[in-house]
Design a protein around this ligand. Structure first.
Ligand code: PEP
Length: 255
């Protein structure tokens, strides 16, 4: 199965939640679960929790990520954080282009492209988010939206850079809404994205790139979503804040 060629990545997106004390408490509850398995568990925490989280996962296979990164190396960019600063505190992954960043903070495909390039240059693994809105799905233009985002977000990338990037398919209508895409919808969209990558960068890149599903994945629906041939893991918001639920999702990926 082609699926065996790809790394399965289960990533939690904590968004703007948890103090440092709470972060350590939560991580301590699930951090050993994936040890010895091929599943890569990642926890993307607020900037202020990064150092605590890195300390908490020491000695386990869990990796820590941030939720954004700026594309410049340094300078007058108040409120922003550079890739080198993330690496310095031990972050290894970074979410880029989350729909909340696109919706509330003016992220565009152009800035997603630049941020992803900067992350890769520093050795961070980007988790690049793409996905359609409800209006776009209902208008029947999901595929058009996804292929445009993939083309723009990866403009100027080498095949090797694309291979190193984790893509998260996140239908906006399913994020934080409790409304999950069906396993078929998730599988179809991830398969479509893989097809776009194949056309642009070749079948070898498409077969090896990790494509996650994200959008109200939880302890109940994870197994079905993760069983889809083209779904190589999940980006999980709400359910990653509850240790018992996140553990069930990790175990579903390991099964
Ligand atoms: C997310 O934040 O990327 C996400 C998918 O959130 P939720 O799981 O809460 O829908």
């Amino acid at each position: 199965m082609k699926k065996d060629l790809r790394k399965v990545v289960i990533a939690g997106n904590w968004k703007m939640n948890k103090t440092r004390v709470q972060a350590a408490e939560l991580i301590n509850q699930f951090k050993g679960v994936s040890d010895g398995s091929d599943v890569q568990v990642v926890v993307c925490v607020p900037y202020t929790n990064l150092e605590t989280a890195v300390g908490a996962v020491k000695g386990t296979s869990v990796k820590i990520g941030a939720q954004n990164v700026h594309f410049e190396e340094s300078g007058a960019f108040t409120g922003e954080i550079s890739a080198a600063q993330l690496c310095e505190v031990g972050a290894e992954y970074v979410i880029i282009g989350h729909s909340e960043r696109r919706q509330y903070f003016g992220e565009t495909d152009e800035t997603v492209n630049l941020r992803t390039k900067a992350a890769l240059k520093s050795g961070l693994i980007p988790i690049m988010c793409v996905g359609e809105s409800l209006d776009e799905r209902e208008a029947g233009i999901t595929e058009e939206i996804l292929s445009t985002q993939i083309k723009l977000d990866f403009t100027g990338f080498t095949a090797d850079e694309v291979k190193k990037t984790v893509i998260a398919y996140e239908p906006i209508w399913a994020i934080g809404t409790g409304k999950t895409a069906t396993a078929e919808q998730a599988g179809e969209a991830c398969g479509f994205i893989r097809g776009v990558i194949a056309k642009l960068y070749g079948q070898d890149v498409a077969d090896s790139v990790t494509i996650q599903y994200g959008g109200s994945m939880n302890a109940k629906n994870a197994a079905e979503l993760l069983a889809q041939e083209d779904v190589d893991g999940g980006l999980i918001g709400g359910a990653s804040l509850v240790a018992a639920d996140f553990e069930v999702i990790i175990k579903a990926a390991m099964a």
